[in-house]
Design a binder for this molecule. Structure first.
Ligand code: RUB
Length: 320
């Protein structure tokens, strides 16, 4: 099958990070599938061929960024419902309709989850408090906005998040939240951790033992938070659970290009090897709570499998 243009374009946008953040990647991937559905339909001669075409397109999207699990979980949701209906004898027209409905259903779940996470996180934010956050997470931002609007959060320290500066997006989104936003370098996290009550971040993947995979630097900030007796709160929709990853080590960590770290002539700095891991792993023992849309895990080391089951997560097409 010729890969529909919509799929190729979205894959490129994700790879180059014009579209980024786990949930936004999942939503964009699903929207691309919906927009490509008519092309795939037109090219396939049977319901089986339609599903095969869908899978080819999914494969292109899945090959973009290896770490975040929201997109594989979203595509599994889509794929599982097509597969089930195909085996029950659905026609090609019906499968196309089911695809579009499943996309709408999952996108609705994304929006609703973020709202529910914010609700469930409120009792965990101390009154008149200061938070510190890293990178840009739509789920973490929804928690901080609600806490600020409710008068709980007075200050938010936002790390700039080198090398791609996603902290700038967070700072902008919190601008009118009601909290005072302080934008700091990543290296200043220790300096301001002592003035923070809680660290609030999102998740790219949650392993079955509660290990958190998130933007590079999360691990060192969580370590610091624990050293200074600060609380670590993770805002994560259940579709961030990587059911096939027993621990965070099973999640492939994306390494990105050296030019993101240093653009000039490498000789000027002695031509070192430049390493650019995009994510790191924070063990569950450093995390106080993982807030999902269907409940809070206060002991993530042992609660993730039950939460995945409760969320109805089906076997995923993710490769790890
Ligand atoms: C983004 C990042 C975010 C998670 C969660 O990394 O690490 O914390 O994706 O985001 P990148 P959300 O910028 O490399 O994609 O809560 O929006 O799903």
């Amino acid at each position: 099958m010729v890969i529909p243009e919509e799929i190729a374009k979205t894959a490129d946008d994700i790879r180059s990070m014009r579209i980024r953040g786990a949930s936004m990647i999942a939503v964009a991937g699903l929207e691309a599938m919906r927009n490509a559905a008519d092309d795939i339909y037109g090219e396939s001669k049977s319901p089986r061929a339609f599903l095969d075409g869908v899978r080819e397109a999914e494969k292109v999207l899945l090959g973009t960024r290896p770490t975040a699990v929201a997109l594989p979980n979203a595509l599994s949701f889509l794929d599982n419902s097509l597969d089930r209906n195909l085996s029950e004898g659905a026609s090609k027209e019906e499968l196309r309709k089911i695809l579009k409905e499943s996309v709408a259903q999952f996108i609705e779940r994304v929006t609703e989850a973020s709202r529910r996470i914010a609700d469930l996180a409120m009792p965990l934010i101390p009154a008149n408090s200061a938070a510190i956050t890293h990178c840009h997470s739509s789920a973490a931002v929804s928690v901080m906005k609600k806490a600020a609007a409710g008068g709980l959060l007075r200050t938010v320290y936002v790390t700039e998040t080198r090398p791609l500066y996603q902290g700038r997006i967070t700072a902008k989104e919190l601008k009118d939240s009601g909290a005072s936003v302080k934008f700091i370098t990543d290296s200043a996290a220790g300096f301001y951790m002592k003035d923070s009550d809680v660290m609030i971040v999102g998740a790219d993947a949650i392993a079955m033992n509660g290990g958190l995979v998130n933007k590079i630097g999360t691990f060192q900030m969580a370590t610091l938070a624990k050293q200074l007796n600060k609380r670590v709160l993770v805002a994560a929709e259940t579709y961030k659970i990587a059911t096939k990853a027993s621990t965070g080590v099973d999640v492939p960590i994306e390494f990105r290009g050296s030019e993101e770290v240093y653009e000039q002539d490498p000789a000027l700095i002695g031509s070192p090897e430049i390493l650019n891991p995009a994510f790191d792993i924070t063990p569950a023992r450093l995390i106080d709570s993982i807030v999902t849309e269907i409940g809070v895990m206060a002991e993530p080391e042992r609660e993730v499998p039950a939460m995945a089951k409760k969320a109805g997560l089906l076997p995923s097409r993710q490769v790890f």
